[in-house]
Design a protein around this ligand. Structure first.
Ligand SMILES: *Cc1c(COP(=O)(O)O)cnc(C)c1O
Length: 787
């Protein structure tokens, strides 16, 4: 490795060791690692062609990848060798690793899931491609100014990106707008605008380098570079217009996946990804010498949410207009190929496009959508009149995806039931076998082996090697949990991580925290349904209690928050400001004397998650029941030996079943009770009047105790708590507080706590993304491992 790093430093970076920066060393190391990926990558591609394996295509508008260097080194089994080599060259390993910017081509859970699934497909030898957009700017960077979120653009491509290969030869023309004509009896879409989708490939290497797949990201280029006539006339701005227009398509990631935005650019981005992917898929299929009639034997296409749901109409358009397949055969083929993953029940997140917009941006697709809707009604005459794809001058993308897919899946057992009962009840009745469940998972390579070396070594010392690709084996740890020596070692591993985090917080946030305190962590996008507000209100109550009895024996706690709010989401931004305002008061209160600290490091991302999760004692998973489809953060925490305080929501339900109810702090209303509660328009007022503590807390906020410079700052928030409280913060407040008291009590009994924590790690094997991908392979894709 040492030789190869030096070779790349000289010949790829053009630097000598005496003048190289950390960046140069990182690049040289990345290229040296990349060299080892290329061979297994070629071999996997070659085998897939030669043996005619069925390929899976995972279409996603988001891939929240994070850093790649260390992950690749670990999967190749060469982290230790890389570290030794880089240290022998006088460089600091962590500094080199942490020089890499996060690839943040996603918002949160949905995008991170896509990244975990790509890694598991490679690990399992499931031949496939991920298709996405190579956003020039990923998710915005977050700073705080006066406690308020400020967004700045992110610039991950500013430096060289060593993990991608540009493929100028893999480029497709993608059209928009224009009209539909009939020529020689054939329907022809004549677009008015065109751009080029150019491929950039990133290899995705599986565990132990046995298989590698490709993540192909599309970048938009103008069809004509610039208007030379205009340029020669001196009109330079206008001359560059085609280029500007085209590049806009892959310029930025939409910074929200929980609200629907009816923007033309978004629809264009969705078609840009989907159109390019489908052309690529068809080209590859035909190049393999196969017939289009056999497409579904060789191709499975998964739509990650409805964002790529234009895939159904696009595939029908390609098969009918371009290859003369009859409509009925085309729609049957499309359905056989396509699968749709639903990620949300939130009504505000369900995509609906105005028919005039769809008809203007994609006129031919609009016709085909109408045709599919009519075909579905014709073949399902009992379909109720109020059900359909096109209703009230809108195209409903959820219904479109459902009708054009052979399987529709939810992402946790509870969520799947709610998809059946509440989201698509009529379509479910017409197609009772279509909806299936595939509970989410996370890759144990990144989220345990890489992020938590201390615990990983303990696991390997206790049960031997190989658990990374066979996570159910963690159960073998249970045999050791009665062993005091093992529990001490488990606690010691956590302690190492907590010390490292304390140092990082001291250096970056300037706040001194005690590594022996209970680390209580809520990191995820800021959203009302995720109820960071419930957490802050309880924190204020705790602070108030300490002040009222400052000499009592309080369990020291560090409350850690992390997460971004969508730039236009005012309610979420107000919660961020409140957390920071409360932190400023609590952290400087001499009465508290360090027994309560609130830390909110800005710019939560994958790398920060890797730092925080292994150091957490308590995982906050407190969404309003029925709102979180699955969650995957919850899985990463429990796997790393944090205990969960949580509601019966999303995958929390299954986590609790797996780890045992005695090893989980459950509180709060159930999804059914939530719906019942909402029937009472006064639910919030009643709940507040029943809790003196909550009244006190709301009173302090309303009086401006945390915003003395602007006492009225949170009047709106408090008013909303009394009069609306859609997410039932008030109704769950007392139950949450009691559960938190139980957490304190348990943490004071280390023997009990570490038994519970170790039990969590031991019983989390089910939540490996390998298990999830095996489920997709058998239930949806009909593919087998090529290994
Ligand atoms: C896992 C992860 C998420 C998803 O977290 P939830 O708690 O499931 O919402 C979001 N962002 C990042 C950076 C993650 O790593």
């Amino acid at each position: 490795m040492r030789e190869e790093i030096l070779r790349h430093l000289i010949y790829s970076m053009g630097k000598d060791a005496g003048h190289a920066s950390v960046y140069d060393w990182r690049m040289a190391l990345s290229f040296a690692i990349r060299d080892r990926i290329v061979e297994p990558w070629f071999a996997a591609t070659k085998q897939t062609w030669e043996q005619g394996h069925k390929r899976v295509y995972y279409l996603s508008m988001e891939f929240l990848i994070g850093r790649m260097l260390e992950d690749a080194a670990i999967n190749l089994g060469m982290r230790a060798a890389c570290r030794e080599a880089i240290e022998s060259l006088g460089q600091d390993w962590r500094a080199v690793v942490e020089d890499e910017p996060d690839a943040a081509l996603g918002n949160g859970g949905l995008g991170r899931l896509a990244a975990c699934y790509m890694e598991s497909m490679a690990t399992l030898g499931c031949p496939g491609y991920g298709y996405g957009i190579r956003y020039e700017h990923g998710l915005f960077r977050q700073r705080f100014e006066g406690g308020q979120q400020v967004e700045t653009p992110e610039d991950w491509l500013k430096q060289r990106h060593p993990w991608e290969f540009e493929r100028p030869e893999a480029a497709y023309e993608i059209g928009f707008k224009g009209g539909v004509e009939t020529r020689n009896g054939k329907t022809v879409w004549v677009p008015a605008e065109t751009v080029i989708a150019e491929a950039f490939d990133m290899p995705v290497i599986g565990w132990q380098g046995k298989w590698a797949n490709t993540l192909r990201l599309w970048s938009a280029k103008p069809t004509t570079l610039f208007d030379l006539a205009r340029f020669n006339h001196g009109d330079y701005t206008a001359a560059a217009e085609p280029e500007t227009l085209a590049r806009t398509l892959s310029r930025v990631l939409y910074p929200d996946d929980t609200t629907y935005q009816g923007k033309e650019l978004r629809l264009k981005q969705e078609y840009f990804l989907t159109g390019a992917a489908l052309h690529d898929i068809i080209r590859r299929h035909l190049a393999g010498g196969f017939k289009l009639a056999d497409l579904a034997k060789h191709v499975a296409i998964q739509m990650n949410d409805t964002h790529p749901a234009i895939a159904g109409p696009e595939l029908v358009r390609i098969l009918t207009d371009l290859y003369d397949m009859p409509f009925d055969d085309a729609i049957a083929t499309a359905i056989e190929c396509l699968g749709y993953t639903n990620h949300t029940l939130l009504p505000e997140a369900l995509e609906r496009w105005a028919t005039y917009l769809m008809g203007s941006v994609l006129p031919r697709h609009m016709q085909i959508i109408e045709q599919i809707d009519a075909w579905h009604l014709r073949t399902n005459p009992s379909r109720p009149h109020y059900v359909g794809i096109v209703k009230h001058h809108e195209v409903r993308m959820g219904e479109l995806a459902f009708v054009t897919a052979h399987k529709v899946n939810g992402v946790s057992a509870l969520h799947t039931e709610l998809v059946k009962q509440n989201l698509f009840p009529e379509l479910h009745k017409l197609h009772p076998d279509r909806i299936v469940n595939e509970t989410n998972g996370v890759t144990p390579r990144r989220w345990l082996r890489m992020a938590n070396p201390a615990l990983s070594h303990l696991i390997s010392d206790t049960i031997g090697e190989g658990w990374e690709a066979d996570l159910d084996r963690l159960r073998e740890l249970e045999l050791s949990i009665e062993d005091k020596g093992f529990r001490d070692a488990f606690a010691a591993a956590k302690r190492v991580n907590k010390e490292a985090l304390s140092n990082w917080i001291g250096q970056t946030q300037g706040v001194k925290i005690d590594p022996d305190a209970l680390f209580d962590v809520q990191i995820k996008r800021i959203h009302e349904y995720k109820r960071q507000l419930l957490n802050v209100l309880q924190t204020i109550a705790q602070w108030h209690e300490i002040r009222n009895d400052p000499t009592a024996d309080w369990q020291p706690r560090v409350k850690i928050f992390g997460g971004k709010a969508a730039p236009g989401y005012q309610a979420a931004k107000e919660i961020i400001r409140l957390i920071n305002d409360v932190a400023a008061v609590v952290n400087n209160d001499p009465y508290v004397d360090g027994r309560l600290k609130i830390i909110y490091p800005p710019n939560y991302n994958v790398s920060m998650a890797e730092r925080l999760i292994p150091a957490s004692d308590l995982s906050e998973q407190i969404s309003t029941a029925g709102k979180e489809a699955s969650g995957t953060g919850n899985m990463k925490f429990a796997l790393n030996g944090a205990l969960t305080i949580g509601t019966l929501d999303g995958a929390n339900v299954e986590i609790r079943e797996q780890v045992g109810p005695e090893n989980f702090f459950l509180f709060g209303l159930t999804a059914q009770e939530v719906m019942k509660h909402r029937e009472d328009p006064e639910h919030a007022r009643h709940a507040i009047l029943e809790s003196q503590t909550l009244q006190d807390v709301l009173q302090m906020i309303a009086e401006g105790r945390f915003s003395p410079d602007e006492p009225t700052r949170y009047h709106g928030l408090v008013h909303n708590m009394w009069h609306s409280d859609y997410f039932l913060v008030a109704s769950d407040f007392e139950a949450y507080r009691e559960s938190q008291a139980e957490v304190d009590k348990t943490f004071a009994e280390p023997d009990k706590w570490w038994r519970m924590a170790a039990m969590n790690t031991a019983r989390m094997g089910f939540f490996s993304s390998d298990r999830a991908i095996r489920g997709y392979m058998t239930d949806i894709w009909g593919t087998e491992s090529a290994l």
